[in-house]
Design a protein around this ligand. Structure first.
Ligand code: PEP
Ligand code: MG
Length: 307
């Protein structure tokens, strides 16, 4: 029994019958990597921290050093770096963004590169330089992508900078609905369920009074995730989830059953998800996913996994 517990509490994620599911960490800097804990990799490296509270963007050299610190901590492992996800709600003085009545619907994420391409250019150069000097398997992705054209343009920039693995986050319903087309020009998708819920339900993610709409078990959200996972399977490309929902062990089973290939979450949430996966076969996950997709309410979807 001791051995069983140990095998469930360490090592790569997998279902009871050995179907692998990468369990990755969400971090904002190297400090979020728990000391002595063996993570498989990082599925979401939020880079905003570097840019906050400054009147000038961080220099190329400063960025290389920050990225290298993270990559050095994960030799040979996957690190998915997300390019700057700023906007008028996280005002960065050097971007000189105009005041917007609806910042969540304005110039944020990848959209910042429309008027200020140099910021993304420097960031991609710095990521590429840091990646070249490390053994980490560095992937890069853009936040707030709405169309296949935006995804293609981002992937082209990544390749121009010598970055081989480029993907996009799926946070906008338009991109989820066209996931197959988006995937034509990128190597992977990572679904940000926090924003995907917000934009699908027209419900501010910070609004506690709308928690029922922001519930990841909402059938409409599950349908959009399923569409992305199916597109990934058809294209033979990975589709992960990096929103908070991946940390719910029951929901993780549904995600795996839908065909999601990796789950990224706060490092402290990984053990419970690993245990849930190890206790169920892939086939059981597929049955949970079918039942959750057939449910009409979040309550019914939950009951499909935990009757
Ligand atoms: C998300 O939107 O689900 C996500 C992971 O990104 P962030 O929470 O940083 O917006
Ligand atoms: Mg987001």
């Amino acid at each position: 029994a001791l051995l069983d517990r140990r095998s469930a509490s360490a090592g790569p994620g997998a279902t009871a019958d050995g179907h692998p599911v990468a369990l990755l960490a969400n971090i904002g800097s190297a400090r979020d990597l728990p000391a002595g804990v063996d993570v498989e990799g990082v599925g979401l490296f939020r880079t905003e921290l570097l840019y906050l509270d400054r009147t000038e963007p961080p220099s190329f050299e400063e960025q290389v050093a920050a990225y290298q610190q993270v990559f050095a901590a994960l030799p040979g492992r996957k690190v998915v770096v997300r390019t700057l996800d700023a906007g008028a709600d996280k005002p960065l003085p050097f971007l000189r963004l105009a005041d917007e009545p609806n910042p969540a619907l304005g110039i944020r994420g990848l959209r910042v590169a429309r008027a200020t391409p140099a910021v993304l250019d420097t960031q991609l150069s710095a990521i590429a330089a840091a990646a070249a000097a490390s053994t980490a398997d560095v992937w890069v992705m853009a936040p707030m992508v709405a169309t296949a054209a935006e995804a293609a343009a981002f992937a082209a920039s990544c390749r121009d900078h010598g970055l081989r693995t480029a993907g996009v986050m799926i946070e906008v319903p338009a991109a989820a609905l066209r996931a197959g087309t988006v995937l034509r020009d990128v190597d992977f998708l990572s679904i940000g369920t926090n924003d995907l819920s917000q934009y699908t339900f027209a419900a501010d993610r910070m609004c506690g009074d709308l928690a029922d709409l922001l519930d990841p078990w909402q059938p409409a959200l599950i349908s959009l995730i399923a569409a992305c996972a199916t597109a990934g399977r058809e294209a033979g490309k990975p589709v992960g989830v990096c929103g908070e929902s991946a940390a719910d062990p029951d929901f993780a089973l549904v995600l795996v059953g839908l065909g999601i290939t990796s789950l990224s979450m706060a490092a402290r949430s990984i053990p419970a998800v690993r245990e849930a996966l190890a206790a169920h076969t892939h086939d059981e996950c597929v049955q949970f996913a079918k039942a959750a997709l057939a449910a009409d309410t979040p309550t019914a979807a939950r009951a499909a996994v935990r009757p």
